[in-house]
Design a protein around this ligand. Structure first.
Ligand code: SIN
Length: 531
């Protein structure tokens, strides 16, 4: 392995909202920090987030307790209430910091505009540029990062979190085109690693996620010995633009905020989808709406339903929802005149690497924040727009935890070399089998069939694509292990062979790697914290 000489206190892997927030906070705290991304700083999932940031602002008549109650209700019994309260209460301060870094939200400085999304009983979702909230946050954070001369390693794939002979984090194994003449391996020596790699939407054939959302951080953490939990809860967004039969890859989102502004869901015959399903109707929590749409599509034998937003009119749609409006127009649908064809697609990983409310994982020196982490905020189904807030809060908290821990911890010894060969399945086969068997509506036979696809032959990683496919293969196997173990339906995990929610399953399922490197279900974890 080529030795590549950079030694830092903290390497942040991933440059979405959590990663950039963490890197900026770590630099403020005087840590030598580097942010590593396999693409470019601007190329993560954050910029595609539409709806907004759920936060309780002072003087709005809303309360953190009400936000906590909505989050717990959406989470279907699996949230960690202590974590929920801690993260949501820190929201207003985190949003202030973000605004101080340059992010501009819609409304006046004194009173920001607020909307509703699924599962929220109050108007508490703030947004930017109409429905381009993620892009505005990304712009502000990336600007602060580049402007602040924060060291960036772009175009570097992380293939392993390296540890010393005591198990402490000691570095990162990287793949990069260092000399412009082909892929080579390198090592970054670091005292701490913070994973902020986002999610795993690309495990599925159709997703709202960028191509790079391949479960990298989850796989890195598992291989480093970390505990993961709630992996079976992959959230499907109910309303993703249906661009045509057989479409693959990232699809345009149609934000829930449109339903917050009164749009209704109709089936292909024009009958309302959500009537009588849930007291919140079209603004029920996301798992409920996605399941209702899936069931109605099956009943009517179609691959989509319709979202009628015509009441908003062209001017409002263009101003308030410019991203959705443009995507519809590009498809030849004028949303001011005709309903928008939509269908559910893979969107968000509710579980992930188990952390405390400071981002510490079960491995010394390893931290996680954002979608890759499982803090207990989301439980079995994330409340809409809680994730950007979580990224802001937990990115900063994790950086602060790193600073506190490094002040008292020993330097790691030399990193042990990583295992060079690992299972790599064909991406297309994994995506197809996950979509067929591990989406909305799963059963034991299908999960077993998908697990067989994710069982792959060992290969040496030579290119970033190999590294991604290895991560995707392991992440899929881990999701399938958890989904097979949970013999009930709860939140985003809908089992057709176990359609009821069972009280004995009101606990998180944890997954670790066994000695052979295969994901296995570990001991059950009680709701309320890290076992
Ligand atoms: C949306 O705008 O509907 C998505 C927001 C989210 O996933 O939190």
């Amino acid at each position: 392995m080529t030795n590549w000489h950079l030694t830092v206190d903290l390497a942040v892997v991933g440059t979405g909202v959590a990663g950039l927030t963490a890197a900026l906070r770590a630099a403020e705290l005087g840590l030598r920090v580097v942010a590593v991304t396999k693409t470019t700083v601007e190329d993560g999932n954050t910029r595609w987030a539409q709806g907004g940031v759920a936060v309780v602002l002072p003087g709005t008549g809303d309360s953190v307790e009400a936000h906590v109650a909505d989050t717990l209700a959406a989470g279907a019994g699996l949230c960690d209430e202590v974590a929920v309260r801690a993260i949501l209460a820190a929201g207003p301060a985190a949003v202030s910091v973000l605004r101080a870094r340059g992010a501009v939200f819609d409304g006046s400085a004194g009173e920001l505009e607020r909307t509703r999304e699924g599962g929220h009983r109050a108007f508490r979702v703030i947004h930017a540029a109409g429905d381009a909230t993620g892009a505005e946050i990304e712009r502000a954070l990336a600007g602060a990062t580049r402007g602040g001369q924060l060291p960036l390693l772009e175009g570097r794939s992380v293939t392993d979190v390296l540890r010393d002979d005591t198990g402490r984090v000691a570095g990162l194994a990287l793949l990069g085109d260092y000399l412009g003449d082909g892929w080579g391996a390198g090592v970054l020596r670091t005292r701490a690693v913070l994973l902020a790699t986002g999610g795993l939407g690309q495990l599925y054939a159709v997703s709202t996620n960028v191509d790079g959302a391949t479960g990298d951080g989850l796989a890195l953490a598992l291989r480093a010995g970390a505990m993961t939990a709630d992996l079976e809860f992959v959230q499907f967004h109910p309303t993703v633009l249906h661009v045509g039969p057989g479409s693959r890859g990232r699809q345009p989102l149609v934000t829930e905020a449109i339903r917050g502004e009164g749009a209704v869901l109709l089936d292909i015959t024009g009958s309302p989808v959500m009537t009588g399903v849930h007291p919140l109707g079209a603004l029920a929590p996301r798992d409920v709406v996605a399941a209702a749409i899936t069931s109605r599509m099956a009943q009517t034998g179609t691959d989509h339903v319709l979202l009628d937003a015509t009441h908003l009119g062209a001017a409002v749609l263009r101003r308030r929802f410019p991203t959705v409006h443009a995507a519809c127009m590009a498809l030849g649908v004028d949303p001011a005149r005709a309903p928008i064809p939509v269908a559910p697609a893979a969107h968000y990983q509710c579980g992930g690497v188990v952390t405390d409310t400071s981002g510490r994982t079960t491995v010394p020196g390893l931290y996680a924040a954002g979608e890759v982490a499982r803090t207990g905020l989301h439980g079995a189904n994330r409340l809409a727009s809680n994730s950007l807030l979580e990224g802001l809060v937990m990115g900063a908290r994790a950086a602060e935890a790193v600073a506190a821990d490094l002040a008292v911890s020993q330097r790691p010894g030399p990193p042990l070399p990583p295992c060079e060969r690992r299972p790599v399945a064909a991406r297309d086969a994994v995506q197809r089998s996950m979509s067929a068997h591990a989406g909305i509506g799963r059963d034991a036979a299908g999960l077993a069939a998908a697990s067989a696809v994710a069982r792959a032959t060992l290969r040496r990683l030579r290119t970033p694509r190999d590294a991604e496919n290895a991560g995707l293969t392991l992440a899929a196997a881990a999701v399938l292990a958890a989904a097979s173990a949970r013999t009930e339906s709860r939140g985003c995990h809908l089992r057709t062979d176990h359609p009821r929610t069972a009280a004995r399953w009101r606990r998180s399922i944890t997954v670790v790697l066994d000695d052979a490197g295969a994901p296995v279900v570990a001991q059950p974890m009680l709701v309320g914290g890290v076992a």
